[in-house]
Design a protein around this ligand. Sequence first.
Ligand SMILES: Nc1ncnc2c1ncn2[C@@H]1O[C@H](COP(=O)(O)OP(=O)(O)OP(=O)(O)O)[C@@H](O)[C@H]1O
Ligand SMILES: [Mg+2]
Length: 398
Amino acid sequence: MTQENVLEALKNVTYPGFTKDIVTFGFVKDIQIIDDTNITLTLDITSSADEVKTQLKEESTAALNKLGFEHVGINIIAPEAPKQLSNSVSGKNIAPHVKSFVMVSSGKGGVGKSTTSVNLAVAMAMQGKKVGLLDADIYGPNIPRMMGVEDQKPEIAGNKLNPLKAYGVEIMSMGSIMDEGAALLWRGSMIMKAIEQFLRDILWSELDVLVIDMPPGTGDAQLTLAQSVPVTAGITVTTPQEVSLDDSRRSLTMFKKLHIPTAGIIENMSGFICPSCDTESDIFGMGTTVPVAKEYDTEVIARIPIEPAIRIGGDTGMPVTYHKPDSETAKRYQEAAKNLLVFIDKVNAEGLADNSAVQPTTPPGVSACSTGAGAASTPAPAPAKGSDESCGTGCGCH
Ligand SMILES: Nc1ncnc2c1ncn2[C@@H]1O[C@H](COP(=O)(O)OP(=O)(O)OP(=O)(O)O)[C@@H](O)[C@H]1O
Ligand SMILES: [Mg+2]
């Protein structure tokens, strides 16, 4: 077997996206034929994309197997993937004056996202950070009550709005703009617009961190947020019961799909702190989230017990972290906030917040509404004029 035979065989491997093969491109280097069944070679390619590396390795191995080589060693030399800093040129950012964005999510409702968002935001402000809190739960805005600003309306400044402020945190919520209890039967497209406006048309200061309290689930709001700003950290809130853990897996999978760095899980309602005896007892279970965190290569960043003071703090607009700073719960929120800030610094230092991979990818002239299954290669027709329905893809098409 000669080098020529090997090169001839590798001419069957085309470079992904091109019609030319890897030999013609001059990518094949260092062919070492060890014996009739062993060969090593180097592919010195120009793409940093993992898919390209995998495809070339597989196809080259198959071509050489056909020649009788059973053991094929392929070393790939590729340029480093470009690293971009959050808030610089990493994909799209419609709120560039905010340094970091934290998405607080959960697979299902009522597990304590808003409570967590409030207390983490207050804790980070108490630790000296400039913090904002955006209530992106358009249908069920609870943040104004929880932060004690439900009677306040934001000031209008030109065609923008000033955020409200409490406990050192800037706040904006649909609940502060719409009348109380107004039924919000909004379609997906309107939710997308609202979220974009919350980021673009609110006069947030130059914030270190904007905490974003999401509606439950994994829908249009989450996708729009991820496409609009490079989210720095995703936090999933869950309660410890197995049924809730299943939902939290969906939320963790969503972070992966949206390329959001996962800061970790907050296990909420984990044990009960009895107000009269100060002891902690197990109600929904405790520590059940650890295996889930491992499964997703992340951490449990806090276990927050059920404590009446937390609920009362939420109902009365007096967050426990601020008003009961010596309580066990406040200490745990402070610890979680500290860990979150370390995580954020790491993500920013390594330039890992980048949403370019989740931008709608449609060729020029093709409706963004065609981003459904298989649409990347087969453009679907644009929707009928005047159609008001959301395409359900979060593509920002209406
Ligand atoms: N650790 C806790 N101890 C006691 N009460 C809690 C705790 N966490 C949350 N609560 C209470 O449980 C209720 C639901 O919490 P919260 O509104 O934060 O959940 P959510 O996930 O934001 O809900 P939704 O999905 O409806 O937005 C609130 O009344 C809150 O005060
Ligand atoms: Mg909520």
